[in-house]
Design a protein around this ligand. Sequence first.
Ligand code: ATP
Ligand code: MG
Length: 137
Amino acid sequence: TERTLSIIKPDATKRNLTGKINAKFEEAGLRIVAQKRIHLTKAQAGIFYKVHAERPFYDELCEFMASAPVVVQVLEGEGAIAKNREVMGATNPADAAPGTIRAEFAESVGENSVHGSDAPETAAEEISFFFAGLEIV
Ligand code: ATP
Ligand code: MG
């Protein structure tokens, strides 16, 4: 079975939506095998999102990710990376399919409630950024 890194972003934690979002993952057959609530510094958010360093929204994105606590989690299941992205919906909530997390909860393309790894290599790197092996059960 595959694992992916998920983040419930500040816009969602501020609106107390963690449980509703976790229910979507569980209904889709994804198991939460690690989870913690942390408050990132802007510098830590910058390291996590370093692939976007040259994009015009990078500074705003890092500022946002450090604006309130996030819930970081490891989701496990058959095809977890693709399945999670399906449950999340498109980056821009205006394009997200009905019933997806972003369609139901996201506020804008930037404040879009969740992050999910996009490939096996990034999933492995992102999981080890936040979790030690012993924390994943
Ligand atoms: P994520 O990586 O967070 O799971 P994603 O893979 O759907 O989302 P990316 O293209 O990797 O989207 O962008 C990373 C994040 O940067 C987005 O989730 C969003 O928060 C922010 N972002 C992307 N495009 C824009 C934009 N045009 N304006 C503002 N923020 C943006
Ligand atoms: Mg991405």
